[in-house]
Design a protein around this ligand. Structure first.
Ligand code: ADP
Ligand code: MG
Length: 676
């Protein structure tokens, strides 16, 4: 098939569907199927599922009020049926002329005036018309490209595009999977006797073959990206470890076993001559910052600079303060680089980065993307990795000239195993699976907004005990101004309700020095109740705060709630998180609040979140730069994912020819990913 010979308009429409060549048509698989292989008698047709009937029109009536509709009565030997069209074309009215025999495809429903079909597909009927001998595929399409045209193009591509097998027959045998050409042929034109549920549930071996291929392509490309990275150069950071030892000696606590283990994993990577790309995972409060600081010590002692990037200025500044507190006494120059700095201070910070005198530079990724030049960048620490995408990873790499810096990415949003194995498979992963000792579990309560008074009483009681409180205002995505207003109002109201208690306010629109002043007051317990927008979502650390109230919890994402909740339970005091909700709640909202109420383990929460929302919505996946899966479902097809991973390893080691062919088929033009 000559794809280039299609009209430019058709090509443009196909491009919208991600179809750029004939083979993409072969891989454009049906969304669902319609069954027009079998005629039902009206009386026997099951209700509520699409069926095909043939009947004669006995009467027709057009109504114009209360709205324009056409109601036809049709009958076959077994019974009668009403056909209702709301808004109809003259051609449709024509088809439903009394006396005509028509084929109707649609769902029959029990209506007030008898059984009816609303908006069926209508075709000319009659004995001489044959039935389809296969299920009719319905393809995802786009405006200007109808099913018929698309179907024809796909069938043309199927006939004229070679579909050589990319997998060794022995492997297919072993996995019990059918051949590729056989599978696509079946999915585009299933035989009439096939059990429909196998297709609709996508569990037919042909579907499994396609999903396996897709997962395999993803695994291959990720493993290759990993291999390409190993060929790039990075500075070997393997000093004696004096600086890190000094930092450890100065800490008021020993590392946990898990922290010690991941520090060793990181140090082993830093000592290699190719760039580390390691994801440091640990639930909220697991103690990732000190691990990052110890990695920084290695780079600095080896004579290199370190950059620390955080998604928000508040978080970047908090890291800056902590690292400055830890490292300045050891003679390390730590620099704060914020977009909001005064011109002179900013210029000095930039100069210090460029001449190499700044050994550790903290800032937001916005800053790093554009302005900063480093004399000798050896390590980049990226906090809350899920907020950064491939573009930032690339930009960061380019800061270091022909040497790539090592990268340590931290994330408190645990990535479920299946996701880690797919979308993040090019990263090495270290997990801190143990919280520092002495933490008290956080009790979570779901309380209706109607019982707000009780919550206020509880706040007063906590403060009387000497504890501190966060009050988080709802996220209002449509309008930052509105969110701000809510926070301001809540602050006023709480200040009134809680006499003799200092209530502070923190929101995203405040100037950085105002924010810093408020945080400093809260940390010093000069403020007892802090009303905040979700700016405190990540990383804020005030151990004396032991009550968190989250307003309109039903509006927030699960991982966000988990992160917010993690702001308490950091000290030795029993901690409470109150999720205030405003009813009535929909089913999804209920299911989600139940998850957060019942679970404290971030991994379990992320897993259930994945189930409720699907990977596309999960933080970070869209930005991960890894092609989205079209057919495979990470949870449902986890078994295939395991196999695909193993097979990818074997093929990469033994069959370069197959690997190339398979990738050309599934992921043409993915070179950009391989550069990351
Ligand atoms: P996160 O992993 O969420 O970034 P942090 O690094 O902010 O967590 O650490 C949370 C708190 O725990 C901080 O106050 C930190 O100093 C403290 N901490 C970290 N490691 C330990 C440890 N091994 N023992 C006791 N406290 C620790
Ligand atoms: Mg942190």
């Amino acid at each position: 098939m000559d794809f280039a010979a299609l009209s430019p308009a058709t090509q443009a429409r196909l491009a919208k569907l991600g179809i750029h060549r004939a083979f993409d048509l072969v891989l454009h698989l049906p969304l669902r199927y319609e069954d027009e292989t079998h005629l039902y008698r009206i009386a026997d047709a099951p209700l509520g599922e699409p069926v095909l009937v043939e009947a004669t029109v006995t009467s027709v009536e057009k109504q114009f009020k209360p709205r324009k509709q056409l109601i036809a009565r049709v009958k076959d030997a077994s019974g009668t049926l009403n056909v209702r069209l709301i808004h109809f074309y003259p051609s449709q009215a024509q088809q439903l002329t009394p006396g005509n025999t028509v084929r109707l495809y649609g769902e029959i429903r029990r209506g007030y005036f008898g059984d009816e079909m609303v908006h069926p597909k209508i075709r000319v009927g009659g004995e001489e018309k044959s039935l389809n001998d296969a299920l009719t595929p319905v393809y995802p399409t786009t405006s200007g490209l109808n099913q018929n045209t698309l179907t024809k193009l796909i069938h043309m591509a199927l006939r004229h595009t070679p579909q050589p097998e990319t997998l060794p027959p022995a492997l297919l045998d072993e996995l019990g999977l059918p051949g590729f050409a056989q599978s696509v042929a079946l999915l585009h034109a299933p035989p009439p006797d096939i059990a429909r549920v196998l297709l609709t549930e996508r569990i037919h071996p042909a579907w499994r073959r396609i999903k396996f291929d897709e997962l395999l392509a993803q695994q291959l490309s990720l493993r290759m990206a990993h291999a390409v990275r190993r060929e790039r150069n990075a500075p070997v950071l393997a000093p004696a470890g004096t600086l890190a030892a000094q930092l450890l000696a100065a800490l008021p606590f020993p590392l946990t076993g898990a922290q010690t283990r991941v520090v060793a994993e990181i140090n082993a990577d830093l000592a290699q001559a190719h760039p580390m790309q390691r994801l440091l995972q640990g639930d909220v409060g697991a103690g990732k910052t000190i691990v990052a600081a110890l990695a920084a010590c290695q780079a600095i002692e080896a004579g290199y600079q370190v950059a620390l990037l955080a998604p928000t200025e508040i978080l970047a500044e908090q890291h800056f303060r902590k690292l400055e507190h830890w490292l300045t006494p050891l003679g390390v120059k730590v620099v704060w680089l914020a977009g909001s700095l005064k011109a002179k201070a900013k210029r000095e910070a930039l100069e210090a980065a460029a001449d190499g005198s700044a050994q550790l530079v903290c800032g937001t990724h916005a800053i790093f993307q554009s302005k900063v030049e480093f004399a000798k960048l050896g390590l980049a620490l990226v906090d809350e990795q899920h907020r950064f995408g491939v573009a930032q990873r690339l930009a960061l790499r380019d800061k270091a000239g022909d040497m790539s810096p090592h990268q340590l990415m931290m994330s408190a949003t645990p990535i479920p195993r299946t996701l880690a194995m797919s979308y993040y498979a090019d990263l090495d992963v270290s997990i801190i699976d143990e919280l520092p000792p002495g933490r008290t579990p956080i009790v979570t309560k779901l309380i209706s907004e109607a019982r707000r008074d009780e919550v206020i009483e509880r706040i007063a009681a906590k403060v009387a005990e000497g504890r501190q409180v966060y009050w988080v205002c709802p996220l209002i995505e449509e309008s930052e101004a509105l969110q701000l207003q809510t926070a301001v109002d809540t602050h006023e109201q709480l200040a009134e309700e809680l006499e003799d208690i200092t209530v502070g306010l923190l929101h995203g629109r405040m100037k950085p020095d105002e924010k810093a002043a408020i945080m400093a007051d809260f940390l010093a317990n000069r403020i007892q109740v802090l009303v905040a927008t979700t700016v405190i979502e990540v990383g804020v650390d005030v151990p004396n705060a032991s009550l968190m109230v989250i307003e309109h919890a039903e509006r927030m994402g699960l991982s966000q709630l988990h992160q917010l909740r993690g702001r308490v339970g950091r000290g030795a005091h029993a901690s409470l998180c109150v999720l205030l909700y405003t009813g009535p709640l929909g089913d999804t909202a209920k299911a989600r609040l139940k998850v957060i109420f019942e679970n404290t383990d971030g991994f379990e929460i992320a897993r259930q979140d994945l189930q409720i929302r699907g990977p596309g919505e999960l933080a970070g996946v869209k930005q991960s730069g890894v092609p989205m899966l079209r057919f495979a479902d990470l949870e449902a097809d986890a078994d295939l994912l395991d196999v695909a991973r193993e097979v990818a390893e074997t093929l990469l080691a033994t069959r370069a020819d197959i690997v190339q062919q398979h990738l050309d088929r599934w992921l043409p033009g993915r070179e950009a990913l391989l550069r990351v």
